[in-house]
Design a protein around this ligand. Structure first.
Ligand SMILES: O=C1O[C@H](COP(=O)(O)O)[C@@H](O)[C@H](O)[C@H]1O
Length: 396
């Protein structure tokens, strides 16, 4: 059993979830600011305010499956015996494609590209850990299942909305598409849960298709909660239909630029500070439509970019840039279900080259990052072993 220290007043939802601050030698910010309107916890909880010793331990079967490989310490490491985790029974029978940030070794271990000299030869594995500065702003929330996860997600959103509305009279929410949308349906379950007339909703990414197309992220969200919540349509920033993708991106950026700064303030670099950005994560580690090793993922200018050759259909999309995502007050990466277990483990525990796992580049500069997981998606995590992990030396 492995004990994780928790900060004394974590700014996290407490309903139906286990909470782990990502440990980097268990460094945590001692006292994150409390929220004015954090909803009361319901159901069975880990009350982190009174239980600083919440446990997060691998399931017994998983423990048995774990193997560790002692490796030689490389320059800059703080510990003598760094270890690498092993993923057994991967879905990629021929190995994880290099573009996805790691090599699957014949032994079953995963070697990140950054230090690999080729399959089976002289691997010096590095676990991915968030750098110390950023780790203090990052929390992993593990819910029992997708249902309690969706309830927890709704709490986070409602709480962020209450804070923002109190402070500036409006709430700006950015959402993604994909499987995450289903979890958002809970948002409108109680029409009095928030003053939805103050909400502004934009997309982290969208497919360049008609709004009625089954592939449209707007359509999914509209059906899941936008209509039921009654968010004013002029505050729902959907794509203009029928344009070539470059123009769609420009037009969308224009829509966001026109949001008054009282509603959507900017940071010192001119990027918008959304109150909450919710991202899904694809099996290749993509977030929004920022795919591994693509130019959009490396972009450090602009708010919105076109994607004309997305590796995941449909090929034409628009996406927010990473600086926009990282300027947000809060970012949630939402991954529920065991289909996400493999990528969650790699994103949180295996270092990739910058850009090879876009999810690893999500690091809000001033805000907080939450990973929202459930038992399925957290199933491969080796959190109990993190304390033994080699300290963070990036290969860049
Ligand atoms: O294409 C997309 O994929 C990701 C992940 O979707 P999922 O269905 O695998 O959960 C999503 O976050 C993104 O917004 C979407 O456009």
């Amino acid at each position: 059993m492995f004990q994780l220290s928790l900060p004394s007043q974590p700014k996290v939802p407490l309903a139906n979830c286990r909470i782990a601050q990502i440990p980097s030698a268990l460094r945590v910010r001692p006292d994150p600011p409390a929220r004015a309107h954090r909803p009361a916890a319901t159901g069975s909880t880990v009350d982190a305010t009174s239980n600083n010793g919440a446990t997060v331990a691998p399931a017994p079967a998983e423990q048995q499956q774990q193997e560790e490989h002692d490796t030689q310490a490389s320059p800059g490491t703080r510990r003598a015996s760094p270890r690498i985790n092993v993923i057994k029974g991967t879905r990629w029978e021929k190995g994880i494609p290099p573009v996805m940030g790691a090599h699957l070794m014949a032994s079953g271990s995963v070697a990140p590209i950054s230090t690999s000299k080729g399959a089976g030869q002289g691997i010096t594995p590095h676990m991915f850990l968030y750098p110390e500065k950023e780790i203090t702003n990052t929390s992993i929330l593990q819910y029992g299942n997708g249902e309690s996860g969706a309830a927890g997600l709704a709490e986070i959103v409602q709480s962020a909305a209450a804070d923002a509305i109190e402070k500036k009279g409006s709430f700006t929410l950015v959402i993604s598409g994909g499987s995450m949308i289903k979890a958002l349906a809970q948002l409108a379950a109680d029409s009095k849960a928030s003053d939805f007339s103050k909400w502004h909703v934009a997309w982290a990414d969208e497919r360049n298709v008609a709004l009625s197309d089954p592939d449209s992220n707007f359509k999914g969200a509209d059906e899941a909660f936008l209509q039921k919540a009654g968010i004013p349509t002029q505050q729902v920033y959907s794509l203009k239909e029928g344009l070539p993708v470059d123009e769609t991106a420009k037009e969308y950026e224009g829509q966001l630029l026109r949001i008054p700064q009282q509603v959507l303030p900017r940071n010192s670099a001119g990027f918008p500070i959304f109150d909450l950005v919710l991202l899904g994560i694809g099996p290749d580690g993509h977030i929004a439509s920022l795919f591994p090793n693509r130019s959009q993922t490396a972009a450090r200018k602009g708010w919105v970019l076109p994607v004309s050759d997305s590796p995941k259909p449909p090929s034409e999309r628009i996406t927010l840039t990473l600086p926009v995502i990282n300027a947000a007050k809060e970012v949630g990466i939402v991954a529920f279900g065991d289909g996400k277990a493999e990528i969650v483990q790699r994103a949180l525990e295996v270092q990739a080259l910058p850009g090879a796992l876009p999810a690893q580049l999500v690091r809000p500069e001033e805000g907080r990052l939450y990973w929202l997981l459930d038992a399925g998606s957290a199933g491969n995590l080796r959190s109990g072993k993190w304390e033994d992990a080699k300290a963070f030396p990036r290969s860049t």
